[in-house]
Design a protein around this ligand. Structure first.
Ligand SMILES: [Zn+2]
Length: 297
């Protein structure tokens, strides 16, 4: 079976640089099937999933990296996230009644006006979250990510993204913090940058990962790590939804059950429905019950 959804890490040991290649097909199909997005949003969501996957290769703990775009334009919110194990999910929210620009370039013009990019690293053990928020810069998501790393971590980054026919590919190279002795090859980073600049979107989309890396970097000494699978994965659960309901407070919950016997909560990322009857909520809803008040404001 040909693997369609995976990421491949490569380190250029003489150059203090690394490279990540991402290929997505089934995950993109699953995410885009959840809603009927305009084509420009399909493409941006596909690109964002590629970026989330590429960034997940760099996290050094068990947890999740999340990319969020927010604007006051037609696209209110876009979220794509990826766990350290390669579990991806994504969603976009459009402003009601607003008409979405017909192309990604036009959509990006809107985003460029007041868009904000947020990257969050969230450890699975509930440890301290790390969050970086920057205004969107550049002519597309790839340039926004490059600018983000330049600004926040002073790491030179080049990112190429391609999306078409329901599949997406990404190639990212990034300088690593220099080793004590410095890179053995001073000009190495410039050379990698020039090689990346020769890569067109069509080539990135059409040529398979191993062949592409061989073609671009055949003269560079590379350490290639085993490829890692990427899958659609949503971490929602009945318990998490129950926590969320608890945060509404007893009064709000009680009023929900005045309108209906069963409250259904649907996960926006994966469409999974969770149903609750009043007795499922126990002391969240009735502070008089044994167990004490759980009212959360
Ligand atoms: Zn879910």
């Amino acid at each position: 079976m040909i693997r369609t959804d995976y990421l491949q890490r490569v380190v250029f040991e003489d150059l203090d640089a690394r490279c990540v290649y991402v290929s997505l097909e089934q995950v993109i199909a699953q995410v885009l099937a959840k809603d009927d997005y305009p084509p420009a949003v399909d493409e941006l969501l596909g690109q964002s999933l590629l970026v989330a996957a590429a960034l997940s290769s760099g996290i050094k703990f068990d947890g999740r990296v999340s990319l969020q775009l927010q604007t006051s334009g037609a696209l209110k919110l876009l979220v794509a996230d990826c766990t350290h194990e390669g579990g991806l999910r994504g969603i976009a929210k459009l402003k009601e009644g607003a008409s979405c620009p017909p192309s990604l370039a036009a959509l990006w013009d809107e985003l460029d006006r007041d868009g904000v990019l947020t990257l969050t690293l969230e450890p699975a053990d509930g440890g301290q979250r790390w969050q970086g928020i920057v205004p969107l810069e550049g002519d597309g998501l790839n340039q926004a990510i490059e600018a983000y790393f330049q600004r926040s971590e002073q790491l030179e980054t080049r990112l190429a993204l391609a999306f078409g026919n329901g599949s997406g590919k990404a190639l990212m190279i990034q300088q690593m913090p220099p080793s004590a002795a410095g890179p053995a090859d001073e000009d190495g980073w410039n050379r990698l940058g020039h090689l990346m600049a020769t890569l067109g979107e069509e080539e990135l989309l059409a040529v398979s990962g191993g062949d592409l890396l061989d073609r671009l970097f055949h003269e560079e000494r590379r350490r290639v790590f085993p490829a890692r699978s990427l899958d659609f994965h949503c971490p929602c659960s009945r318990d998490r939804v129950l926590d969320l309901l608890g945060s509404l407070g007893a009064a709000e919950l009680t009023s929900l059950f005045e309108i209906q016997e069963i409250v259904e909560v649907r996960c926006q990322f994966c469409n999974q429905a969770y149903e609750f009857a009043q007795h499922d909520l126990g002391d969240l809803i009735d502070p008089g019950q044994p167990g004490g008040s759980q009212t959360v404001h």
